[in-house]
Design a protein around this ligand. Structure first.
Ligand SMILES: Nc1ncnc2c1ncn2[C@@H]1O[C@H](COP(=O)(O)OP(=O)(O)OP(=O)(O)O)[C@@H](O)[C@H]1O
Length: 276
C-alpha cells in the first residue's frame, strides 16, 4: 500500500533523509526511532507533503504522492492526517471547532469565516470526541485542557478527515507517562478497530516495543534497522542511537508508575477502560 523508494531530502549539502526505502503492505502500526536529528520528522513530513522531497518516490497504490500538486495534493494530505508533539490546536477556539478544522479544506471560505458547519459534521465531531472519551470537553477552549486531552482532540481532528494513514510525530513527547499511555492506547485502538495505518516517530524504546508491529530505526538519515519489536534488543538500539557501552535504556523509558492524582476523573476512567 505504501512503498517508499529512495526518498531523499537535502537541506543544503546535508541529506536529512538519505535514500530511505521501505514498504508497508497493510494497516500496520509502525514506529520510527532514532536519536535527535536522525531524519524522522523530515521523513514523516515528506510523506504528507509538508516537506518536499529532493528525490525519490512515495507510492501509494502505485501512485507517486510526491508528484501530486494542487487539489490532488490536498486530497492526499487529508488521506494521511498528521499529529504533532505540540498538538497544534487553536488554543482559544473551542474543542469541537478544532475537531471540525480537520475538514477545513472541504469548506468554502465564507462558511469558514462565519464558522458555519453542517449539523451532520458537528454530530460526527461530537461522536469522535465521545469515542475518545472527551465529549464533555467539546465546548471548552482547547487551551483549558490537559496535554493528554489536547492530544486526543488532535487525534479527533485527524479522524475527522477519515484518513487512511495517521502520521504521528513524537505524539507523546510532551506528555506525562499516564497521558502518554492513554494517547498511545488511543492510536493503537484506531489502528486495530478502524484498520488505519499508523506511523509514529517515537523517542522511547519501550513504547516502540509495546505498541508497534514493526520498528524502523534511522541514523543520519538512513534506515539502519527494520524489524519486529522483539528484535529491538539493547545492542541493536545502541547501534541505532550510535551510543556507547554505557547506553542506558531506562533513560528512554516511559514506564507507567501509578499516578495518585490523575488530571481528571474522566482521564482515570478512560485509562481504566483502555487498560481493561
Ligand atoms: N527546515 C530545515 N532546514 C535545515 N535543516 C533542517 C530542517 N529541518 C530539519 N533539518 C535538519 O535535518 C536533520 C534531520 O532533522 P529531523 O528533524 O528530521 O530529525 P529528527 O530525527 O526528527 O530529530 P528530532 O527527534 O530532534 O525531531 C537535522 O540535522 C536537522 O537539523
Amino acid at each position: 500500500m505504501l512503498d517508499i523508494q529512495d526518498a531523499t531530502r537535502f537541506f543544503g549539502q546535508k541529506a536529512a533523509v538519505d535514500r530511505v526505502s521501505f514498504r508497508i503492505d497493510g494497516p500496520a502500526f509502525v514506529g520510527i526511532i532514532g536519536r535527535s536529528g536522525a531524519g524522522k520528522s523530515t521523513l514523516l513530513r515528506m510523506m504528507n507533503g509538508l516537506t518536499p522531497a529532493s528525490s525519490g518516490k512515495i507510492l501509494v497504490e502505485g501512485r507517486d504522492v510526491l508528484a501530486l500538486r494542487g487539489a490532488e495534493a490536498r486530497v492526499w494530505q487529508s488521506d494521511c492526517a498528521m499529529i504533532f508533539q505540540q498538538f497544534n490546536l487553536v488554543g482559544r477556539m473551542d474543542v469541537v471547532s478544532n475537531v471540525l478544522h480537520g475538514i477545513l479544506n472541504r469548506r468554502s471560505t465564507w462558511q469558514t469565516v462565519l464558522n458555519l458547519w453542517p449539523r451532520a459534521d458537528i454530530v460526527r465531531a461530537l461522536e469522535i470526541l465521545d469515542r475518545l472519551g472527551i465529549a464533555e470537553q467539546a465546548p471548552k477552549r482547547a487551551e483549558a485542557l490537559s496535554g493528554g486531552q489536547q492530544q486526543r482532540v488532535a487525534i479527533a481532528r485527524a479522524l475527522m478527515q477519515d484518513p487512511r494513514i495517521i502520521l504521528a510525530d513524537e505524539p507523546i513527547a510532551s506528555l506525562d507517562p499516564m497521558n502518554a499511555q492513554i494517547v498511545m492506547d488511543t492510536l493503537k485502538r484506531i489502528n486495530i478497530e478502524d484498520g488505519r495505518m499508523v506511523i509514529a516517530n517515537l523517542h522511547t524504546l519501550d513504547t516502540a516495543r509495546r505498541y508497534c508491529d514493526r520498528v524502523i530505526g534511522m541514523r543520519d538519515g538512513r534506515v539502519v534497522f527494520d524489524g519486529l519489536p522483539e528484535q529491538l534488543t539493547t545492542n541493536v538500539a545502541r547501534e541505532i542511537y550510535g551510543a556507547d557501552a554505557d547506553f542506558n535504556e531506562s533513560a528512554t523509558s516511559t514506564a507507567i508508575t501509578p499516578d495518585p492524582s490523575p488530571k481528571s476523573d474522566k482521564d482515570a476512567e478512560y485509562a481504566a477502560q483502555m487498560l481493561a
